[in-house]
Design a protein around this ligand. Structure first.
Ligand code: HEM
Length: 449
């Protein structure tokens, strides 16, 4: 039987599907997933190369060649479908209904809390509507000075390095990003005497989801709770919640609270002020929600921006010709002027933006995402049924040779306007796309510049 329109991949037993390659047991990708067991399932910088270059590269190259742009993998005992083709990704990601994340995002609750990234259903929809306007570029504009000051500190620090021929760039870059986040999200000025950022719990902790997935019995909360790893994770979460609650309580009791958030002018209004102001006018958005959303921004922002910046610098260091073009463009826009850039200055840095995009193509900060379908999805001749998990791997899609010839080559000209227009919109998704995309996509790319 050939897979006809409306045939479901999981409604039938594997062998009865005949030529449906996805479900032929001996040809499925189970063996490869087992081989990836050593790779830690997380995106922190050190593990990034191991996880992506082995696990996801194999998905994108070997598996793609052998099985095509859609195939089944096993995550522990549960089957999911990997989608690589932009046309298929669009059907899933653009859907207003398929916005649920897969079960393992729940495991992030102990780390991220229940903010936008991990929440679902009505709560997610409500919070997203409320918070989206806070990421407007006009609000970000107020923080350009913070970005500029932090970038200057970073450059000064690098200039003080005795040996710049080889440097672990992640440490100073991460420090810079964490400082910016403390200021922009929590309203704690960098270098503030009142709160020591180096003690911040947001500089500690670790995602343990990969560990739990490698030890599937730990997916059961009743067993996991008994372990030392769980004890440490919950302790860390307690610190984060305590710290964030204290920050928001201090804000509420401070004399200037509320003044900036309602004035509406683009000045440096930290997210904590905006969220607290929202909780005053919307009784369904309580202080606990504010605490969880703040924690999410702090944790979501750190690794993603840190990795994007570190990889950008890495690629510029490896490509002096590209670096020279970037410097030339900076000179054209700023000359010898050391002013704080304006939004329009940043918009003129077109080549730099191409470099950042090319970096995010090669090293997307979130290299793997997922959804659980809430309605059937018809992808060509296949139907993926509601309830099925779908894995989306920007790392692999960004390397499909039919879309990006010579995919491993760092070539910022791939992002020249006419070349972008010739590609499918969903061929480039470092911030994801559709209703559950990164909440500040626009502002983050300006921030990175
Ligand atoms: C280079 C920087 C960044 C990249 C590449 C990035 C990428 C992404 C991606 C791919 C998603 C979707 C994740 C998924 O579907 O599982 C996402 C979601 C999200 N990001 Fe970012 N992100 C970046 C920076 C930030 C920053 C700085 C913040 C906050 C301060 C942030 C806040 C969020 C939030 C709240 C969500 C959840 C949105 C929702 O589900 O409604 N991101 N991000």
């Amino acid at each position: 039987m050939s897979p006809s329109a409306g045939s479901s991949l999981f409604a039938q037993r594997p062998r009865s599907v005949g030529c449906c390659r996805l479900l032929q047991p001996r040809r499925c990708i189970r063996a490869r997933v087992v081989r990836c067991r050593e790779i830690r399932f997380q995106t922190q910088f050190r593990e990034y190369n191991a996880f992506c270059c082995t696990g996801l590269k194999e998905l994108g190259e070997t598996a793609y060649k052998e099985y095509g742009p859609m195939f089944r993998v096993w995550l522990t005992v549960l089957p999911s479908v990997v989608l690589l083709q932009p046309e298929h990704l669009q059907i899933i990601l653009a859907s207003r209904k398929n916005t649920e994340k897969m079960y393992f995002y729940k495991l992030l609750h102990n780390f991220l809390g229940e903010g936008l990234i991990t929440s679902t259903g009505r709560k997610w929809r409500h919070h997203r509507r409320l918070i989206q306007p806070m990421f407007h570029l006009s609000i970000l504009e107020g923080f350009i000075r913070t970005f500029h000051d932090s970038a200057r500190h970073l450059v000064a620090k690098l200039n003080n390095e005795a040996d710049l021929s080889s440097i672990n760039i992640t440490l100073p870059v991460n420090q810079c990003v964490v400082n910016i986040l403390h200021e922009a999200v929590l309203g704690i000025p960098t270098g503030s005497q009142s709160t020591d950022v180096s003690d911040s719990p947001f500089r500690q902790g670790k995602v343990v989801v990969p560990y739990r997935m490698q030890h599937p019995w730990l997916l059961l909360d009743c067993i996991y709770r008994l372990t030392e790893v769980a004890r440490r994770e919950l302790q860390h979460q307690k610190h984060i919640i305590h710290f964030t609650r204290k920050v928001s309580k201090n804000k509420i009791s401070s004399s200037d609270f509320g003044k900036s958030a309602v004035s509406g002018t683009p000045q440096d209004i930290p997210f904590v002020d905006l969220l607290l102001a929202a909780s005053e006018t919307d009784e369904t958005f309580c202080e606990e929600d504010v605490v969880h959303e703040l924690g999410t921004f702090m944790l979501a922002g750190q690794d993603s921006v840190g990795a994007a910046l570190a990889f950008s610098l890495f690629e510029l260091a490896r490509h002096p010709d590209v670096q020279e073009r970037v410097v030339r463009e900076l000179n054209e826009v700023f000359g010898s002027d050391d002013r704080t850039p304006s939004l329009s200055d940043l918009r003129r840095l077109q080549y730099l933006e191409q470099c950042i995009k090319e970096t995010l193509r090669l090293y997307p900060s979130v290299p793997l995402m997922s959804r659980t379908l809430t309605e059937d999805a018809k992808l060509g001749k296949y139907t993926i049924p509601a309830g099925c998990g779908v894995l989306i791997a920007p790392f692999a899609t960004h390397r499909l040779p039919g879309i990006y010839p010579d995919p491993e080559k760092f070539d910022p000209d791939r992002f020249l306007v006419d070349r972008v227009e010739s590609r499918h919109q969903y061929a480039f998704l470092p911030f994801s796309l559709g209703p559950r995309n990164c909440i500040g996509e626009l502002s983050h790319s300006t921030w990175l510049r």
